[in-house]
Design a binder for this molecule. Structure first.
Ligand SMILES: *[C@@H]1O[C@H](CO)[C@@H](O)[C@H](O)[C@H]1NC(C)=O
Ligand SMILES: *[C@@H]1O[C@H](CO)[C@@H](O)[C@H](O)[C@H]1NC(C)=O
Ligand SMILES: *[C@@H]1O[C@H](CO)[C@@H](O)[C@H](O)[C@H]1NC(C)=O
Ligand SMILES: *[C@@H]1O[C@H](CO)[C@@H](O)[C@H](O)[C@H]1NC(C)=O
Ligand SMILES: *[C@@H]1O[C@H](CO)[C@@H](O)[C@H](O)[C@H]1NC(C)=O
Length: 470
């Protein structure tokens, strides 16, 4: 490592803490709050302290959270919401104000180290306002940088997390290319900015999705870093040997950047992880795989001598695991609500993981999974455990209202009227809606987090509850 790189590394990651203990780990956690059952920021920061976590990334610049993080050893990544990007891009004084209110108000007592401008901005391009945000993204990053420079703040890096859908090809890694079209118009100035400010290209990178899209083509062991030490895939163009899918995905971005002339921009992982549970049709979402992935990830990223990737051996890659908590208000398939390391209500671990990488012996073995293949057969969508009765009532009514005649069987005297309980009626309505709409609007079994899929038929007596065939 050249001396300058080494110094930067020390400044960023060995910045001495209040107690004088060096912080060596570069692994942190994403603290998302899209749930209605998540314990308070106070309890959350206490949890992070107890875990000795040294980095946390939040999806906003929440005042209570940033205040609670003050005078802790935890380094923080804050985020500019997507909808503020264009305003900030349009005016230096708006940028200055945002920085004043959301960064300077807490810094340096709160160790803000990254400001991420927007979230997966280039994954949205459906509307003209999305396209406008694309165009405004880099100018907004530049203005935020300028606001910091005016205050002589040099240890906060500016970036923006992008998802792997910015890639047109990722395989073999040496063939990595960004999506053509207007993307290049954004990416070229962005790479210039990241390179000249020595910041990071932040990626949301999920081997889980790459594997789940093609479980028979990609080895599960390869996705879970369990392939052993040998070469499992050799890139024919470079001869580089890959032992895991994450490295392969990261290097595809390295090569895509090189193709545009930026071969030295560093990578950071803004999100990665593995869901511990999910829908029946989603393979491999289980505790065993989630624990295996995250334990191996932590081991790799906290190794005494950094491993980097085959194209970037020895590189330090700051990494944020997704996610601290399960978030029950995320729509989409079941996995969306099950990326957590901790139960949102009380902070108890969902499975054992030492994010700091100090402890590597996890004692009791996890039960081997049975759902590494997608389930094939009948399924129903029923009320989730712990769902609030009050919310169920309105979800049930709204499901029934949406499809004319769907809930006839729930009327007094009809076959599903008894038992007269909101849970039993909601089981019927949720399953019916899912069965009716899954093929039409690709509806999920979600209902604001009140519902889960099941293979257990909730039909009773003469009440036949509609099912879907997966
Ligand atoms: C956190 O660090 C302290 C002091 O080094 C240690 O005693 C404690 O066991 C650590 N906690 C965890 C959860 O690793
Ligand atoms: C928007 O994204 C889709 C794929 O995500 C892509 O096919 C399309 O070309 C993009 N449109 C523009 C204007 O970039
Ligand atoms: C990237 O930054 C380095 C160091 O500042 C510089 O030497 C190099 O020319 C830059 N690369 C590009 C493509 O601008
Ligand atoms: C990759 O592995 C093969 C077979 O083990 C070995 O011959 C080759 O030298 C390795 N390539 C690199 C770049 O290490
Ligand atoms: C829904 O789609 C699946 C396959 O995608 C098909 O097998 C099934 O027949 C469809 N069901 C209805 C009711 O259209």
């Amino acid at each position: 490592m050249p001396l300058r790189g080494l110094l930067l590394f020390f400044v960023l990651f060995y910045s001495s803490t209040g107690s004088g203990t060096p912080t060596t780990t570069v692994v942190g956690v994403n603290y998302g709050r899209r749930g209605n059952n998540i314990q308070s920021p106070y309890h959350t920061i206490r949890l992070l302290k107890n875990l000795n976590v040294s980095y946390v990334k939040i999806y906003d610049a929440d005042s209570e959270t940033l205040t609670l993080l003050s005078k802790t050893n935890i380094h923080v990544s804050v985020m500019v919401p997507n909808q503020l990007i264009s305003n900030i891009a349009s005016s230096q004084s708006v940028a200055n104000q945002w920085v004043r209110e959301n960064v300077l108000a807490y810094y340096p007592d709160t160790r803000i180290r990254f400001i991420l401008v927007g979230n997966e901005v280039l994954s949205f391009n459906a509307t003209s306002s999305d396209i406008r945000i694309w165009r405004d993204l880099v100018p907004a990053m530049q203005k935020i940088k300028k606001s910091l420079a005016a205050k002589n703040i040099r240890n906060i890096k500016i970036g923006t997390p992008l998802a792997m859908d910015i890639m047109e090809s990722t395989f073999p890694p040496s063939n990595g290319k960004f999506r053509a079209n207007s993307l290049t118009d954004v990416l070229l100035p962005m790479l210039h900015f990241l390179n000249s400010t020595k910041s990071y290209f932040f990626l949301d990178v999920y081997p889980y999705y790459a594997w789940a899209a093609n479980p028979s083509g990609v080895g599960l062991d390869y996705a879970l870093f369990e392939g052993g030490n040998g070469s499992l895939y050799t890139d024919p163009a470079t001869g580089l040997n890959y032992t895991n899918l994450l490295d392969q995905m990261l290097d595809s971005v390295v090569y895509a950047m090189s193709t545009l002339g930026y071969k030295d921009v560093k990578l950071a992982i803004a999100e990665t992880g593995w869901p511990h549970s999910g829908g029946l049709e989603e393979p491999g979402a289980n505790m065993y795989n989630a624990a295996t992935y995250n334990r191996n990830l932590v081991k790799k990223m906290t190794a005494q001598s950094p491993k980097g990737t085959p194209a970037r051996p020895g590189a330090v890659i700051p990494t944020f695991i997704f996610s601290l908590y399960d978030e029950n208000r995320k729509s989409g398939p079941g996995t969306e609500r099950h990326w957590g390391l901790f139960h949102p209500t009380n902070g108890n671990p969902i499975y054992d993981l030492d994010i700091t990488g100090v402890r590597t012996d996890y004692g009791r073995a996890l039960t081997r999974p049975t759902n590494n293949g997608a389930y094939k057969g009948k399924a129903w969508c029923v009320v989730a455990r712990g769902a609030s009765e009050a919310e169920l009532g309105s979800a049930l009514e709204s499901a029934c209202r949406q499809v004319e005649g769907m809930c006839e069987a729930l009327r007094p005297g009809r076959e599903c009227y008894e038992p007269l309980s909101v849970t039993s009626h909601a089981d019927y309505a949720f399953s019916s809606y899912w069965a009716r709409m899954r093929n039409v609007t690709s509806a999920n079994c979600y209902f604001n987090g009140l519902a889960v899929e099941t293979t257990t038929d909730p039909s009773h007596g003469s009440c036949k509850v509609p099912s879907v065939t997966l």
